[in-house]
Design a protein around this ligand. Structure first.
Ligand SMILES: Nc1ncnc2c1ncn2[C@@H]1O[C@H](COP(=O)(O)OP(=O)(O)OP(=O)(O)O)[C@@H](O)[C@H]1O
Ligand SMILES: [Mg+2]
Length: 296
């Protein structure tokens, strides 16, 4: 646990939001891994589910609570909030009420937690927009397909040179500008390549190249990706993450090479987010240091 006395991050929790408007790219899975990773480092973590329709993150955590009760093992849990929809017909009133509720909720959590992790739905909605405006770090998982690249840019003649930002990219850039004007602080926009096949194809290499080209143009950075692995799908039912898997726990038989690699990828991702106080707790990584110096 964080030692008593001074709050290591000052008075304000750091807000990390997982967002894109494309369904199924890995937002909830990645959010859950980050929550567990931060808790396991001893941070105080609150989580907010803005996806009132699917509630994947909420269900993931409910499964975790059940696992905890069933096996009596220690599984760290965040303080979790599911934002319910507002039943108001008038769109403007609904927006104002939603915005107020989310802002109040975050104000309340900010002084009590080190990190607030927010999961959003894979579609555009009011709450998700408000959340995007509050994020210190925005993580956008992108699957390795040109359909997902289309989330960021509208390609013309299949060329990045002639691409225009998509409506989602415009939303992010507008929120970021507004935030800078209001708070004089930037938002770190991170693209996380997810479900990368173990056997990389020409398509994967092309995706990597296109994303590199876009990063300077659109102001995001790319972090080491997560490989497509069965283990990420299997753990949901037990509410576990690859960061809960350890050789010494009774939760699993000895880890396979693939599980060990998955756990390492999740750890590398956490470091690559450059969150406050993380490096001190996780140790230094020469690879990430090199990446950071290249991207700044
Ligand atoms: N690296 C991975 N390897 C294998 N399966 C994965 C990986 N990441 C996510 N998945 C699986 O992909 C599916 C979609 O993931 P997830 O629900 O996290 O996406 P999402 O972006 O939150 O979706 P939505 O937009 O619908 O909320 C799930 O079945 C999940 O288990
Ligand atoms: Mg989801």
């Amino acid at each position: 646990m964080i030692s008593g006395g001074e709050h290591p991050l000052g008075k304000q929790a750091h807000i990390i939001l997982f967002g894109n408007q494309k369904g199924g790219s890995g937002k909830s899975t990645a959010a859950m891994h980050l929550i567990v990773g931060l808790l396991r480092l001893g941070f105080r973590v609150a989580s907010i589910d803005l996806d009132a329709r699917q509630q994947s993150l909420t269900h993931y955590l409910e499964n975790r609570s059940r696992e905890l009760e069933k096996h009596g093992v220690w599984l760290p849990m965040p303080t979790h909030i599911l934002m319910e929809p507002v039943a108001l017909d008038d769109r403007k009133q609904r927006r104002q009420e939603l915005e107020k509720r989310l802002r109040d909720q975050i104000d309340l959590l900010r002084g009590q937690f080190d990190f607030i992790v927010i999961d959003t739905p894979g579609a555009d909605n009011l709450l998700s927009r408000v959340g995007h405006g509050m994020a210190d770090t925005l993580v956008t998982p992108v699957n390795d397909s040109f359909l997902d690249l289309d989330l960021l840019v509208r390609l013309k003649n299949g060329s990045i040179g002639e691409a225009r930002p998509s409506s989602y990219a415009n939303l992010v850039m507008a929120q970021r500008k507004k935030r800078f004007q209001q708070l004089k602080s930037g938002m770190d926009w991170i693209i996380l390549r997810n479900r990368i096949p173990t056997l990389r194809s020409k398509n994967n290499r092309n995706m990597a190249r296109h994303l590199e080209d876009l990063s300077a143009q659109m102001g995001f950075r790319i972090v080491p990706g997560i490989t497509e692995r069965v283990i990420f799908r299997e753990l949901f039912l037990n509410g576990l993450t690859v960061l809960d898997l350890a050789e010494e726990t009774a939760l699993e038989t000895p880890l396979t090479m693939s599980q060990l690699a998955a756990r390492q990828e999740a750890r590398d991702l956490m470091k690559a987010l450059w969150l406050p106080s993380i490096e001190r707790k996780m140790g230094h990584s020469k690879i990430l240091e090199k990446e950071r110096s290249q991207s700044t």
